[in-house]
Design a protein around this ligand. Structure first.
Ligand code: 3SL
Length: 236
């Protein structure tokens, strides 16, 4: 059997160093894009199409999609949804198609298209993603969305949590896996407390998104695995 490798790309700006071909890419943007996608699909949204630009999103909105737009943490004018997981969980969205564009998360997804498969990860579906990766039995790269090219603590911690769950089954050579795993081991007892001084946590706290911060750090609330298929994210 081929050796399965796990890699962690701490920022999309480092993606040129990784070969995604033949591998599963797990895109993570804990605060908040991938948490929204996981929560929305778990609560009944039919599909979520991630696009890089506001213009692309507006085209799909004109075709009947419900638009979610976020820039700099704020809801974009003219978009019915912002980037709070609670807005994605509204019963009125059941069965609907959503298009989303965010500052970092949807960009990271678009930049990972060279992978054989793209999986959406969050703390909300941590164990489901780990189990899925084991079942797929394919080498994987966790791609942390970060913030405008910079590394984010919350995405690194989620990558470390995945590495922790997979350590008996995958091998790794990169120090990014060791570092993420060590950080997670150090902070896992109280993720929320450790993240309070981190940059994006602070940004969202200033915007009044306390409820989202608590929600996005819940572990295993949903047992779903969103994957990208033909340009839209659906449940595996
Ligand atoms: O950058 C993103 O993709 C967003 O998740 C950022 S925010 O949490 O909505 O501010």
């Amino acid at each position: 059997m081929n050796e399965l490798t796990l890699e962690i790309c701490l920022s999309p700006e480092l993606l040129h160093l990784y070969n995604l071909e033949g591998k599963t890419a797990v895109v993570v943007d804990v605060l908040r894009a991938t948490s929204c996608i996981v929560a929305g699909l778990a609560c009944g949204i039919a599909s979520i199409t991630p696009v890089a630009s506001l213009e692309e999103a507006r085209v799909l909105m004109a075709a009947g999609y419900i638009g979610a737009g976020e820039r700099e943490g704020k809801q974009v004018e003219g978009f019915p949804l912002g980037n709070s997981p609670f807005s994605y969980m509204q019963p009125c969205l059941k069965g609907k198609k959503v298009v989303t564009t965010t500052t970092n998360g949807t960009q990271a997804i678009q930049r990972s298209l060279a992978a054989s498969e793209i999986v959406i990860g969050a703390f909300l579906n941590l164990s489901a993603v780990a189990t899925y990766l084991l079942q797929r039995s394919r080498s994987a790269v966790v791609i942390c969305a970060g913030w405008r090219g910079k590394v984010n603590l919350e995405d690194t911690l989620l990558a470390g949590a995945l590495a922790h769950k997979l350590e008996n089954f995958f091998t790794w050579k990169d120090d990014s896996v060791l570092a993420a795993k060590a950080l997670y081991a150090h902070m896992r007892a109280d993720l929320h407390e450790h993240l309070k001084s981190s940059s994006h946590y602070q940004r969202l706290a200033h915007l009044g998104a306390q409820q989202d911060l608590h929600f996005c750090l819940e572990i295993d609330r949903f047992h779903v695995v969103p994957i990208l298929a033909n340009g839209e994210i659906i449940l595996a």
